[in-house]
Design a protein around this ligand. Sequence first.
Ligand SMILES: [Zn+2]
Ligand SMILES: [Zn+2]
Length: 97
Amino acid sequence: MSGMNCNYQRRVTARELTAALSETECHHCRVSARVLLERGAHLEVCAEEFGSDIESGERLLVPIALCPSCHRKNHLDAQNRHNPCQFKARESRERMR
Ligand SMILES: [Zn+2]
Ligand SMILES: [Zn+2]
C-alpha cells in the first residue's frame, strides 16, 4: 500500500483485497500492472459503489484496482483536497457541475 489515507483500505477484507489486486490493469486508465511494476509502483485497492441496499440503505461496494495516480484522483474533492472517503470526494466534485 502507498500509505495513502483511504477509508476503504482500512475495512477491506483479505479476500476482497486479493480479488482486486489480481486485476492486471488499472480500472480507470487501463495501465497494466506490469508497466506499473517497471515504474516501481503497483495497483492499489479502492472501492466503487454499485448501488445501495434497499432495506438498510447501506452502500454496496465492489473492490477495484487503481494505479496510484488514479487512486489519488479518486479521493480528490472539488477543492482538490484529499478526502479519505472517495464517495464524499466524488459527491463534492459532482455538486460543482
Ligand atoms: Zn490508472
Ligand atoms: Zn481509495
